[in-house]
Design a protein around this ligand. Structure first.
Ligand code: NAD
Length: 248
C-alpha cells in the first residue's frame, strides 16, 4: 500500500529556520510543500537549496499579518495537493533594541502584527481546511524570550509569550476537531534576525547558552517531531530547544 501523502505549509520559509525546516521536511517521505515568505529573494534561495525529493513544491509570496494572504497560501495547498496536514507558522521579526518607554507605538504594532497576528492568521486559515478533515498539526515558532525576560526587547518577549499562550488555547479549542497545536521555543541561533545587533550583544547572549549558540539545523528535529505522527498525543506544548539557556 502506498503511504498517504501529506501537504505542509511553512511561513517564513525564506529565513534561516524556515529554510532548514523546509529542507528537513522535504527529506521525509511522501511530503508536498507550500513555502511562503514576504521576501521573494529569500524564498528563491530556500527553493534552490531543497534536496531532490519525491514531492512537489509550491511557493507563494504572502505577508502573514494579512489574513487574506495567508488564506491564499493555504488555498494553494488545497488546490495543488487536495489537503493541508501541517502548518508551520514560523515567520517572525525581532523588535528594535530599546527600553519600553523609548519604543515607538509603530514598533509595538509591527511586532504584534507579524508575530502574534501572523500566528493567529495561520491558525484561522489552517483550521478552516483541517476541521472538516478532523485532522491536522499546527506548529508555531515562539522563543525562549517568551519564557524569560530580555531587557530592551519587550515587544519581542511579549509577542512570543503571546504565541505560547495562543498555542495552548488553540490546542484546547481544536482538540475535539482532531487538530493538534504546539509551539517550539528556540534559544538563540544565527540568522538574519540579528542583523544590526552589535557583536558584543550576540557574544553576551551566546555566553548564556550552556551549549553555545545554535544553528537552525539544531531545531529541525523538534519541528519534524511535532509535525508528525510520533507526537500524536502531544498538544498545547511549548517545546524548548535552547542549548540549555533557560535551564539555570
Ligand atoms: N534566530 C533566533 O535566534 C531565534 C530565536 C528564537 C525564535 N526565533 C524565531 O524563529 C523564526 C524564524 O526566524 P529566523 O531566525 O530564521 O529569522 P530570519 O529573518 O532568517 O527568518 C524570518 C523570515 O520571516 C520572514 N518574514 C518577516 N516578516 C514577515 C511577514 N510579515 N510575512 C511573511 N514572512 C515574513 C522574513 O522575510 C524571513 O525570511 C521567527 O519567528 C523568530 O522570531 C529566532
Amino acid at each position: 500500500m502506498t503511504a498517504a501523502r501529506r501537504a505542509v505549509v511553512i511561513t517564513g520559509a525564506g529565513g534561516a529556520l524556515g529554510g532548514a525546516i523546509s529542507r528537513r521536511l522535504a527529506s521525509e517521505p511522501a511530503t508536498d510543500l507550500v513555502l511562503s515568505d514576504v521576501s521573494e529573494a529569500s524564498l528563491d534561495a530556500t527553493l534552490a537549496g531543497l534536496p531532490d525529493f519525491d514531492g512537489a513544491v509550491e511557493t507563494v509570496l504572502a505577508d502573514v499579518s494579512d489574513l487574506e494572504q495567508v488564506e491564499a497560501v493555504v488555498t494553494r495547498a488545497v488546490e495543488n495537493f487536495g489537503r493541508l496536514d501541517v502548518l508551520i507558522s514560523n515567520a517572525g521579526v525581532l523588535s528594535a533594541n530599546g527600553r519600553i518607554h523609548n519604543l515607538a507605538t509603530e514598533e509595538w504594532e509591527r511586532a504584534f502584527r507579524v508575530n502574534v497576528l501572523g500566528a493567529v492568521n495561520g491558525i484561522r486559515a489552517a483550521v478552516g481546511v483541517m476541521r472538516p478533515e478532523r485532522s491536522g498539526s499546527i506548529v508555531l515558532t515562539a522563543s525562549v524570550s517568551g519564557l524569560t525576560a530580555w531587557s530592551h526587547a519587550a515587544p519581542y518577549c511579549a509577542t512570543k509569550a503571546a504565541v505560547i499562550q495562543l498555542a495552548r488555547v488553540a490546542a484546547v479549542e481544536y482538540a475535539r476537531d482532531g487538530i493538534r497545536v504546539n509551539c517550539v521555543c528556540p534559544g538563540t541561533f544565527r540568522s538574519a534576525i540579528h542583523e544590526g545587533l552589535p557583536d558584543e550583544a550576540l557574544d553576551a547572549i551566546a555566553a548564556r547558552h550552556p551549549l553555545g549558540l545554535g544553528s537552525a539545523d539544531d531545531l529541525v528535529g523538534a519541528y519534524s517531531y511535532l509535525a508528525g505522527d510520533a507526537s500524536r498525543w502531544t498538544t498545547g506544548s511549548a517545546l524548548v530547544v535552547d542549548g540549555g539557556y533557560s535551564a539555570p
